[in-house]
Design a protein around this ligand. Structure first.
Ligand SMILES: Cc1cc2nc3c(=O)[nH]c(=O)nc-3n(C[C@H](O)[C@H](O)[C@H](O)COP(=O)(O)OP(=O)(O)OC[C@H]3O[C@@H](n4cnc5c(N)ncnc54)[C@H](O)[C@@H]3O)c2cc1C
Ligand code: SF4
Length: 311
């Protein structure tokens, strides 16, 4: 039974999954809706059915569970700053969350929606009229990339600000689907293909994010954006050092997926920076040039290493 132009509001996960199954590939989940609704307004998201999962109690709450802090996918970004466990062990996540949009947006925007928000590109996030005039690209049923003037690959940017912070602290996620649930590292969902940036099934519901406790993460967060508020990232950098001397560098805004570089305290810093810049397949599809954003990777990483006391 495929229902046309429908807004469904399940009250349990089981009901949500039944609705998803019944509507097959023709629906979109809606949490805070701050990403989905903008994409619908621009004509980039056209599903006839929306399934509003914001009432699902199973996706709410933050608690310790088996050596991890479990963060419900529906937790609003603005509320994270009040959670004592986050303040104590994961202040990097609070900083990342508070860099998203502006306070009003963050009261509605959820952490689950943030790690799953759609990739962006200057040539894609435009009105239908604009895209038709320029010519459609790979991400909207055209046959070439407009930004690179002809490449057969899409480099739309991952713009999530919390994903780099979470991955730098070894976050895992739980996905519940019609055929059961699985728990995987957050990093594993990103494909690197700007047309389809995540490899999770359309019916899967992200129930929670898990952060490992007692790792002693110290972290530094930086973000290039045009204004201090209401701006998507042009480069987000999250760098952590844990109590065992492991360094994790994670970037967003410069590639369709998170760029990850791992190292150890004592490794050659300039080599780690070179690896991060090499891994970032940034193109000129952003308000800031590719050249500037790649240079800023080096600036941010040097600064982060200094603040963390990396040798
Ligand atoms: C003006 C403006 C500024 C913004 N600035 C930023 C910014 O600085 N940084 C940033 O990262 N983002 C920014 N955003 C994008 C967006 O607001 C955030 O990413 C937000 O966290 C998305 O959360 P949401 O709950 O509103 O997601 P939604 O819009 O509800 O959903 C986003 C995607 O995730 C899916 N989804 C959501 N929750 C689940 C779930 N539990 N299970 C399965 N699928 C799910 C939806 O189907 C959809 O594909 C901005 C948006 C606007 C309009
Ligand atoms: S990177 Fe190219 S294919 Fe991808 S959204 Fe931008 S213009 Fe389209």
């Amino acid at each position: 039974m495929v229902i046309e132009k429908t807004y469904l509001i399940p009250t349990t996960i089981t009901e949500a999954l039944e609705m998803a199954k019944a509507n097959n590939d023709t629906f979109k989940y809606l949490a805070g809706g701050t990403d989905v609704m903008v994409n619908r307004f621009q004509g980039n998201e056209t599903s006839p059915c929306l399934i509003d999962i914001s009432k699902l109690e199973e996706l709410k709450g933050i608690r310790k569970e088996g050596g991890f802090l479990r963060i419900g996918a529906l937790e609003p970004l603005e509320d994270l700053k009040r959670v004592q466990e986050l303040k104590d062990e994961f202040p990097l996540l609070i900083e990342a969350a508070l860099s998203v949009g502006a306070p009003l947006l963050r009261k509605t925007a959820t952490i689950g929606g943030n790690v799953l928000c759609e990739n962006r590109c200057l040539y894609y996030n435009q009105s239908e009229w604009w895209r038709e005039a320029v010519g459609y690209c790979l991400k909207c049923e055209g046959d070439i990339c407009i930004a690179t003037q002809g490449k057969k690959a899409c480099f739309s940017e991952l713009v999530s600000d919390t994903a780099p912070a979470l991955i730098a602290m070894e976050a895992e996620i739980e996905l519940l689907d019609v055929d059961g649930s699985k728990r995987i590292p957050l990093m594993d969902i990103y494909t690197g293909d700007g047309v389809k940036p995540r490899n999770i099934s359309p019916t899967a519901i992200l129930t929670a994010i898990f952060l490992p406790l007692n790792k002693g993460f110290k972290g530094v967060f930086n973000k290039v954006r045009e204004r201090e508020s209401l701006e998507f990232t042009s480069l987000t950098s999250a760098v952590t050092l844990d109590k065992d001397g492991n360094i994790r560098i994670v970037l967003s805004g410069v590639d369709p997926k998170p760029v990850v570089v791992l190292g150890k305290n004592g490794d050659d810093r300039s080599e780690l920076i070179k690896k991060a810049i090499k891994g970032a397949r940034a193109i000129d599809n952003d308000m800031y040039s590719r050249k500037y954003r790649r240079e800023m990777i080096g600036v941010y990483l040097e600064r982060s290493f200094g603040e963390l006391g990396v040798k």
